[in-house]
Design a protein around this ligand. Structure first.
Ligand code: AGP
Length: 614
C-alpha cells in the first residue's frame, strides 16, 4: 500500500527511483511520481495509472532529468482523493521548494489544513499528504534546517506516516521519518537509500537499518544520521538483509503468482527444516519463548489476522483445538480492535501476517499486549513492525512474496500452525504419540504430494477454461476445510473479480441454496474423513437445483464421476493435513481463470499487498 523510494549519491537518481518503484509495484497503487533536483531546481514528474506511464514521461526528458543525483519517488494507493496526477505524490509547498512523499494517513489533516490555509497556504490536491509539505516548508522558514523542520513538523501530525522530504535549498540531503508505517535505510558506497520496503533497494545494497517510530534520518551521499523525536542521536544498527535479488525475478513463469504457487513444496521443506528433524523426536520451536508451565496452563488462545492470514488462522484453530484441547477464538483484527475483548495473562494471543505490517493486526496485538497477554507472531517478515513487537516470533520462511494474492505465505503459515500445535501438544501431553507421529509423517511427505498436483495442472487448466465464463461461484466444505473454501473463494475473487463465496456446506440449505441454478457452479472440497459423506449430500442438494458441480477430492470413488461435472483429484492424505493439499488446486484454478479472462494477475485492481492503514 503506497511505496516510497529515496536516493542520494552519484548515479542518475531517476533510474534508481523507477527501478525501486517497479520492485514495490506489488504493494498495489494507482498513480506514481518522482521529484528530482536538476541544476538546483526541484522538478516533479507524475502520472496516473501504471508506472509505465511515468516511465514514458521520464523517457521523453531523460537527458535532462538524469542529471539529478538526488530524488524521491512514490507509488500511491488512493486514500484521500481520487487517483489523479494532482493527487499523486510527490507534493510540494507553495514555493515548490519542498517535495514530499508519504505512506499512511494523517488523521488531523483537516485541522492542519485549515490552520495552514489561514496562514496563506494554497492547497492544490485533495490529499492529506499536502499538509505535510506546507507544514515542513513553514518550519523550514523558521529553522533553516531541514531535519529540524521535519522533526518539529511531525510533532503536530497525528496518524501514521512514513515520509521522505527534499528541499531545493538543501541539495545534498534527504530527510525521512516514520510512525506506524515501515521505512528502511540502505547503506551504499558514496550513495544511500531510503524505502518503504527492502525490494526497492536490495539490488544495490544488502546493508540496511530499519527506522523505529519517531526516528528521523538525514541522508547525504556519504553519511547517515539518525535522531529521535527529542533530538537525541541514535546509534546506527546496520544489519545484513537476508533477501536475494533473484527473489524478485519471475524465473520464467508468466506471473509471480504462478511462480509462488510452484515454490510451495520447497516452502514446506523450509518451514520444517530444523524444527521437525525426525518423526520420533519432539518438535523444536526455540522461537516460542512462552514458559512451558505457562503454556500448560493456558486457558485460551486468540488469533487475530486479516484476509488470507485469517484463513490460515482458522486452520490453526482447528488443529490446536484438536491436538491441544485449548479453546481458540479466531477473529478479524479489524473487528477485534473495536470491541471489549476479554484477554489477560492466561491468554496467548497469536497475530498472523504475511507482511507483518497490517495496521489492524498491529493495533490488535498492541491492545492485547497492554492487557498482559503473551504475543506470538507468525509472519513471513522477521524484519517487520509486528515481529519487533512480538514476545515470540515464528518466522514462516516463505521468501519474499510479490504477487498481491497470497499463496506460498498461506502455505507457510498453515505449516507453521501444524508445528506449533504439535509443539504444544507434546508439552501438554494432550495427543497420542501415534497421532502426532502420523501427522509428522504426513508433513514430511506433503511436498511430494503438492508436486504431484503441480505436475498435473493441465487438468485444472481445463476445468478453469470450462468454468471461466461464470460470473458467480460457491465454494463449500466442512470442518477443517471450511477455511480452504473461504481461501479458495478469496483467491478467485481477488484476481478474477468473479463473485465467489465460501460457505460451510451445512449452511447451504439455510439460505444460499436459493441462489442455485445452472449459472452458479458449486465447488465442493471433498476430502476423505469425518464430513465426507455430509459434503457429498450437500453437493447432491446443489445438483438437484441444476448447479454445475466441481469437486476437489482425494477419493477415487468412480461414482463421483456421475455426480460432478468436473473432478480435480489430489493425492490421498490424512484429513487433518488436507487443507495444506486441497488449497493448491484452488490457487491454480483461480490463477488460470484470471489468466483466461486476461486479468492483471499479480496486481489486481484496488488491492494492496501490505495494508498499512486501518
Ligand atoms: C491475500 O491474498 C490478500 N492479498 C489479503 O487478504 C491479505 O492476506 C491481507 O491483507 C492480510 O495481509 P497480511 O497477511 O500481510 O497481514
Amino acid at each position: 500500500m503506497c511505496g516510497i523510494v529515496g536516493y542520494i549519491g552519484n548515479k542518475p537518481a531517476v533510474d534508481i527511483l523507477l527501478e525501486g518503484l517497479t520492485n514495490l509495484e506489488y504493494r498495489g497503487y494507482d498513480s506514481a511520481g518522482v521529484a528530482v533536483n536538476v541544476e538546483g531546481k526541484v522538478e516533479l514528474y507524475k502520472a496516473e495509472g501504471k508506472l509505465q506511464n511515468l516511465k514514458n514521461i521520464v523517457q521523453e526528458k531523460y537527458e535532462h532529468i538524469s542529471k539529478s543525483v538526488i530524488g524521491i519517488g512514490h507509488i500511491r494507493w488512493a486514500t484521500h482523493g481520487v487517483p489523479s496526477v494532482t493527487n499523486a505524490h510527490p507534493h510540494t509547498c507553495n514555493c515548490g521548494k519542498v517535495a514530499i512523499v508519504h505512506n499512511g494517513i494523517i488523521e488531523n489533516y483537516k485541522e492542519l489544513r485549515a490552520k495552514l490555509e489561514a496562514n496563506g497556504c494554497t492547497f492544490r490536491s485533495q490529499t492529506d499528504t499536502e499538509t505535510i509539505a506546507h507544514l515542513v516548508a513553514s518550519k523550514y522558514a523558521q529553522t533553516k534546517d531541514l531535519t529540524e523542520a521535519v522533526r518539529i513538523a511531525t510533532k503536530e501530525i497525528e496518524g501514521a506516516y512514513a515520509i521522505a522530504v527534499i528541499h531545493q535549498d538543501v541539495k545534498n540531503t534527504i530527510v525521512a521519518t516514520r510512525r506506524n508505517a515501515p521505512l528502511v535505510i540502505g547503506f551504499g558506497e558514496g550513495e544511500n537509500f531510503v524505502a518503504s520496503d527492502v525490494p526497492a533497494l536490495i539490488q544495490y545494497t544488502k546493508k540496511a537499518m530499519y527506522l523505529d517510530d519517531n526516528q528521523i534520518v538525514t541522508l547525504t551521499p556519504d553519511s547517515v544520521k539518525v535522531i529521535d523525536e527529542n533530538n537525541n542521536s541514535i546509534p546506527l544498527k546496520i544489519e545484513n538483509l537476508p533477501w536475494e535479488p533473484v527473489a524478485l525475478s519471475k524465473m520464467g513463469y508468466k506471473h509471480f503468482m504462478l511462480k509462488e504457487i510452484h515454490e510451495q513444496p520447497d516452502i514446506v521443506r523450509n518451514v520444517l527444516t530444523g524444527k521437525l528433524k525426525n518423526i520420533d523426536e519432539n518438535i523444536s520451536l526455540s522461537e516460542v519463548t512462552l514458559d512451558k508451565d505457562k503454556l500448560k496452563d493456558l486457558k485460551r488462545i486468540q488469533i487475530v489476522a486479516c484476509g488470507t492470514s485469517l484463513h490460515a488462522a482458522l486452520v490453526g484453530k482447528y488443529i490446536i483445538e484438536e491436538l491441544c484441547g485449548i479453546p481458540v477464538d479466531v477473529e478479524a483484527s479489524s473487528e477485534y480492535i473495536y470491541r471489549t475483548t476479554i484477554t489477560d495473562e492466561n491468554t496467548l494471543v497469536i497475530g498472523v501476517s504475511q507482511s507483518g505490517e497490517t495496521a489492524d493486526t498491529i493495533t490488535a496485538i498492541r491492545q492485547a499486549k497492554k492487557k498482559g497477554s503473551h504475543i506470538l507472531i507468525v509472519t513471513n517478515r522477521p524484519d517487520s513492525t509486528m515481529a519487533r513487537e512480538a514476545d515470540s516470533l515464528v518466522p514462516v520462511n516463505a521468501g519474499i512474496e510479490v504477487s498481491v494474492a497470497a499463496t506460498k505465505s498461506y502455505m507457510a503459515q498453515v505449516i507453521s500452525f501444524y508445528l506449533l500445535a504439535i509443539y504444544m501438544a507434546e508439552i501438554k501431553n494432550s495427543a497420542s504419540k501415534e497421532e502426532l507421529i502420523k501427522i509428522k509423517h504426513e508433513l514430511i511427505v506433503l511436498p511430494q504430494k503438492i508436486e504431484q498436483i503441480l505436475n498435473h495442472k493441465s487438468d485444472i487448466q481445463k476445468c478453469a477454461k470450462a468454468f471461466s465464463g461464470h460470473k458467480d461461484f460457491i465454494f463449500i466444505a466442512r470442518g477443517i476445510n471450511y477455511a480452504t473454501a473461504l481461501e479458495g473463494a478469496l483467491k478467485l475473487k481477488e484476481i478474477s473479480y468473479i463473485n465467489a463465496t465460501g460457505y460451510s456446506a451445512g449452511e447451504l440449505k439455510h439460505g444460499p441454496i436459493a441462489m442455485l441454478d445452472e449459472s452458479m457452479p458449486v465447488l465442493s472440497i471433498l476430502m476423505k474423513g469425518k464430513v465426507y459423506e455430509k459434503i457429498l449430500s450437500n453437493a447432491e442438494e446443489a445438483k438437484a437445483r441444476n448447479a454445475k458441480l466441481i469437486a476437489v477430492t482425494n477419493s477415487d470413488d468412480i461414482k463421483l464421476d456421475e455426480l460432478f461435472d468436473s473432478i480435480i483429484r489430489v493425492p490421498d492424505i490424512e484429513e487433518i493435513l488436507s487443507p495444506a493439499l486441497a488449497i493448491v488446486p484452488l490457487q491454480l484454478l483461480a490463477y488460470y481463470i484470471a489468466e483466461f479472462l486476461g486479468k492483471d494477475v499479480d496486481q489486481p485492481r484496488n488491492l494492496a499487498k501490505s495494508v498499512t492503514v486501518e
